[in-house]
Design a protein around this ligand. Sequence first.
Ligand code: ADP
Ligand code: MG
Length: 706
Amino acid sequence: MEPQQRSPLLEVKGNLELKRPLVKAPSRLPLSGSRCKRRLDQMEDVLEPEKKRTRGLGTATKFATSHHRAPVVTTVPQTQGQTAAPKAPRKTGPRCSTAVATVLKSQKTVPTAPAQKPGTAAPPNLGGKKPSKRPGWDLKGQLCDLNAELKCYRERTQTLDQENQQLRDQLREAQQQATALGAERRTLEGELARVRAQAEQGQQELGNLSARVLELEERLGTQEGLVQELQKEQLGLQAERRELATRLEEQERRLQTSEAALAGSQAEVASLRQEAAAQATLLAERGERLHGLEMERRRLHNQLQELKGNIRVFCRVRPVLPGEPTPPPGFLLFPSGPAGPSDPPTHLSVLRCDERRGTLSGVPAPPTRHDFSFDRVFPPGSGQDEVFEEIAMLVQSALDGYPVCIFAYGQTGSGKTFTMEGGPAGDPQVEGLIPRALRHLFSIAHELSGQGWTYNFVASYVEIYNETVRDLLATGTRKGQGGECEIRRAGPGSEELTVTNARYVPVSCEKEVETLLLLARQNRAVARTAQNERSSRSHSVFQLQISGEHAGRGVQCAAPLNLVDLAGSERLDPGLALGPGERERLRETQAINSSLSTLGLVIMALSNKESHVPYRNSKLTYLLQNSLGGSAKMLMFVNISPLEENVSESLNSLRFASKVWLPPSPAPSGPLATGFLHPHPFCPSGQGTFIQKGLTMASHLQHTSI
Ligand code: ADP
Ligand code: MG
């Protein structure tokens, strides 16, 4: 630090240094030796005349002289000495004079008068003025003077002793003070050190505080900037606040209006609530009634389907394809029903020219007419939608909880796959029954969801070839040539059947179904290249497990919908040579015929309500056993080729189908006259046919191809 900023501590030290000589008490110290000596010399000077006078007085005089010298040597404090020394003679003078006077008074022999007389002996004068010298003869007077003088000195000695004692006391006191001052000095030095340390600490703190001040100044600058920003913001907010206040006022006005409106509305709401409660009660009643009606509809629908026949047969004739020979006119006839042309066709007549009969008789034999009657006949021009319309009711039955089975039967190329799956993908006009049925199901399930019903659909698609089951929905490594599947019961004691290794895919929209059908086609295509048109030699079974639940009423329903594209029903040409390929083909054909025959026998047994139904005789009937019989609905499409060259197979198919569909009245048999279209004796299709069919089915099972 600079000199002018001297710390308070240093100032204290300076003061202490300055005061130190002041603390000393020089005045109290004893007189120097020279001064004492001078005093003694003066005493000697005073005593010298007496010495000279008393030399002859013997021991008494000597004693007095030596006696009064001792106290003169004692030290006298300078302060008192300076004042006491001049006084001593003054005090001594009169005192000695008094003593001498006293001595003179006590001497009776010596009169006082001569002493007062001029020229007489004067009393001793120690003040400097020597008494007048007594005459030599006045020894007594001299002695008296000497005694007085001696006494005076003694007193003086006593006084000096007292002073000496006082000085000693003062000296002791001064020493004590010096000791105390030394202690005080050490205390002050300690204090000085502490103050110095404090000063250093203060310096450090000062440095820290300076840095802190700088920092705070910086922060102050920042804060000031912030304050300015905040002030700006505050201004903005104030403006905003004013605006908001205005808006608040506006809102309050509107609120008041709204409150008034609310009061009105509340009253209205109360009345509406009452109305709603009444409506809810009504709705519940209507819901109850609707549910009752729905159940009634299901019952009636089922009754209607049963009246139409639990086993129904539709015949479909495909159109002549481009490049195929046109059949002769009248080869296939579609006679009108009893109600005339407006009636949907249910009859089909096939004209067949028997060339062998003509050759034997030599005359061409007239064509043989074969008449067939079914629940419905679809001529070649019938579209897919028209066909679906007829089966939509059956699909509804499946949704209502009744198992449904729809078969497509016929020779290869007669249009079975076209009927079931449809034509080329992407053309909605040629969509088959499977996509249409599923779309219909999804749509109705959606409608029923409004009534509290929830439906789930799970699809599977398998094919049965040579009595082996294969998954058509296999993916990945199993695609096209997946391992064999087995038909097993879902669990011990369970009636439900399941196919092991097969995929069961939940579906909920058309897109998913399309994907599955495409996958099945791909799987069949792979198999086709590997095993030569295997698809036409196998049964394809599309199964949809439908389950519905009305949680509110605790009602459930579940049923399978089966759409089966059967293997080609054609027989092997008996004239063919039996090479290795043909033998394989023969084995395939026998397997197909066996399974188709079993299907016919199962249907017959069900129709006849026989105790034993041979489901186990083929994989197909075993797989479908839960969808056949009882309240199950079965529909068979018999697909017919329009070509004359296929007439034999067409007739076989029609005869097979006729065994399934049995008219209630005597069926026509035998050839009919050419061009004779007799009124068909069949009653309207479906009316009570199921029971009547059952009674007479056995007598009609004469199909040679089975
Ligand atoms: P299948 O499955 O019985 O062997 P397809 O369904 O494969 O016979 O039909 C053979 C051919 O006939 C296919 O080219 C198909 O497109 C065509 N076809 C079948 N039925 C019809 C129809 N109703 N309308 C138009 N084409 C059809
Ligand atoms: Mg096919």
